[in-house]
Design a protein around this ligand. Structure first.
Ligand code: ATP
Ligand code: MG
Length: 394
């Protein structure tokens, strides 16, 4: 194996100052968790604003990089050589050895950027740059210096006990470690948009639970399994997701039998929100998340969104609200949910949709229609909430 360790640089720290250690500890724990999925043993440590992943056994480089690319909070993944040889002549040899190992073809331009994090180190960084550069040119005459656009930007960092040598920087996903920003409940359907919405909110450090409204026998077990699969795919980034599966059939039937059909979708969506709020309240989520996007369908016009939102008391995060469909598709392809999302299983909304749903619902009319449900709906909502299944998706 070429690299024994990785230097992890983290992205923006939302909790600077006194709380920074919480952010770092969360990141370390998520990195450990992500690496459990790959072969090999690793030691993950933090030291003065840096996080290190050291391989204790053989490992697969691609697998480790892929796993780290899914850990929110990581800005850069830098495979590196770390040496305890701090004596300058020995360090030169290490740098030459590094280039030899990492760049078999030496027809490259380079620049050395040194940093003395340990100010007691006797060689100032400017001099390190010059002397290390000279040593490289002596060892590899094919290489040449280019300070503006080098092929290889060789970084040499002198720390208290070790020196880090690296030149490759692989972009991480950015964002913040999951769990550093509270918890939210994602309304997860089998579509393209809601998994992307969950991914985006988790990326900001929010832990995610999910709720799926299932309408058997109108929606099949396969449709439910698809949602479980999507939750598992999102959990590769967000960490474990508790998926609450709510049986929505009786509520849908009651709405279908009692309310004007062109209002079905809006009323149904209002009940989804109400039930989601109940579950959020019971499980400690402080916000809801949906995959709604303005104008995508009749239930997502601004008027419809307002009518749906009317029943909500929690903040509703709609991260893809202003995205075009293609932009959402691009993200879902990148995060690996697209192929599952497009499997053609029915979702509970399509079965009960009217031919001509209202696109500009009038709140007063919606409330009036809902009032007709008042005799039975309270009990049905209680039953739906209390009989839900919870599936842990990892
Ligand atoms: P998606 O691609 O996420 O399914 P969509 O474009 O199909 O979205 P709708 O079906 O109108 O849009 O749903 C809008 C949002 O409502 C979804 O993004 C999701 O957050 C939520 N939602 C819809 N149906 C369900 C369901 N059966 N269970 C849970 N949430 C749902
Ligand atoms: Mg949908």
């Amino acid at each position: 194996m070429l690299y024994q360790s990785f230097l992890i640089k983290y992205a923006e720290i939302g909790t600077k100052g006194k709380n920074r250690f919480l952010f770092e500890d969360a990141l370390v724990s998520h990195i450990c968790h992500a690496l459990k999925r790959v072969d090999g043993k690793f030691d993950v440590t933090k030291d003065a604003g840096r996080i290190y992943v050291a391989a204790l056994t053989e490992y697969d480089y691609e697998d480790v990089v892929e796993a780290l690319k899914r850990v929110f909070g990581i800005a850069w993944i830098c495979p590196m050589f770390q040496t305890e040889e701090r004596e300058f002549e020995a360090l030169k040899k290490q740098v030459i050895h590094y280039l030899d190992q990492v760049y078999p073809d030496k027809h490259l331009t380079f620049k050395v950027v040194s940093r003395r994090a340990d100010k007691r180190y006797p060689v100032p960084s400017e001099q390190m740059n010059r002397d290390l550069g000279e040593a490289v040119l002596d060892a590899y005459p094919e290489m040449s210096v280019n300070v503006h656009e080098p092929d290889v930007l060789l970084r040499v960092e002198v720390r208290n006990t070790v020196v880090n040598i690296y030149s490759e920087m692989i972009p991480g996903p950015g964002g913040m470690p999951v769990g550093t920003n509270g918890k939210a409940l994602l309304l997860l359907s089998g579509g393209i948009d809601s998994p992307v919405a969950g991914y985006m909110v988790a990326k900001r450090g929010v832990k995610i639970d999910a709720v799926y409204f299932h309408a058997p026998p109108y929606t099949s077990e396969r449709a439910k399994q698809k949602v479980v699969d999507l939750a598992k795919l999102v959990s590769r980034y967000s960490g474990p997701i508790d998926l609450h599966v709510v049986n929505f059939t009786e509520i849908q039937m009651a709405i279908y039998e009692t309310c004007p059909h062109e209002e079905l979708t809006i009323i149904m969506r209002r009940y989804m929100m109400r039930i989601a709020e109940r579950i959020a309240g019971e499980t400690g989520s402080l916000a809801l998340v949906t995959g709604e996007s303005i104008g995508q369908v009749a239930s997502q016009t601004v008027q419809s969104l307002a009518a749906t939102n009317d029943v909500c008391t929690l903040p509703v995060f709609r991260p893809v609200i202003a995205f075009d469909k293609q932009e959402i598709v691009d993200i879902s392809e990148r995060i690996g949910t697209y192929e599952t999302s497009i499997l053609p299983y029915e979702d509970c909304c399509t079965i009960f949709v009217a031919k001509h749903p209202v696109t500009k619902p009038v709140l007063k009319a919606i409330r009036k229609s809902e009032a007709k449900l008042s005799g039975t709906i309270g009990e049905l909502v209680e039953k739906a909430v209390s009989t839900r299944d919870v599936i842990r998706c990892v």
